[in-house]
Design a protein around this ligand. Sequence first.
Ligand SMILES: [Zn+2]
Length: 323
Amino acid sequence: MTFDEITGHKREKDILLRAISRRHIAHAYLFDGPEGIGKRLVATSFIRTLLCTQGTGCGHCPSCLKIDHNNHPDIHYLLAEGAALKVDQVRELQQVLSLRPLEGDYKICLVDGAEHFTVGAANALLKTLEEPQQGTIIILITSQPETLLTTIRSRCQKLTFRPLPKQQIAKVLTQKLDLNNSDAMILAALSEGSFKKALGKNQELFLEKRRKLIQSLSALSAGSIIPTFAFADELDSEKELLPDIIDIFQTFYRDILLLRHGCSEDDLVNIDLLDILHSQSQFFSTPSLMTKLKALESTRFHLQRNVNCRLALEVMLMRITNA
Ligand SMILES: [Zn+2]
């Protein structure tokens, strides 16, 4: 993928393109920002542009093709994928970087998941960063930059990636998932600026089922014990989805809160349920909505600690309906 084909991150792409055009490449970069928003994609495109024989990341030259097939001899990948990055792996990286480039001017190491370095590995890496060799580039990618040694961070040029605006994600979702604009905007809003989340989301839950869940929730009232218990039963049967369902309920009350405070409908998540949102915003005061949101948050907290799920849901729904 070329820089042009990557959605968003204009500032970061411009900085990297300028560095390439001026041949002023840092020895080490730190790409930080939330997961799933395209940091690795930008890093790979940067490397491709840097090594491309056309200088564009053309996608057709031998260098680009090797990068796309993960077999370019001058690139070393260190991918944590949830596991610890150990000192042996850093030693291997050092070994690779100590050799002259085989095809271009650079030897490049891409580390994805830099927060997974063990203490020993981080110290070994620090040594490499302190004594950079001509033509070597290390790119560290992380969603938790605060876990890295300060001394590592200070030796890298830092590029902070921000979550993508929901309009940008929605545009891609309409193409990739064949969604209508309204559904794409909802999925984008629920993904908090991350493509990974948006594309991985359970579409059925976040679109069709979300509508039903919110309709059921908003139909409950303070005195209606039997429907409340029946709804608790229904939710209890979907245990593995509960964290996402709580997210959905939170977006609902947050939307009502935003409407009450005069925010634009563009800022809402549940844009397909405007009728319900507007009618509920007449009923509930800000303190009442805050109490409902707190009830949801405390239920999330308790469910993570293996309390009696059914009981926690009953308490949650009663607190919500009584607030
Ligand atoms: Zn190329």
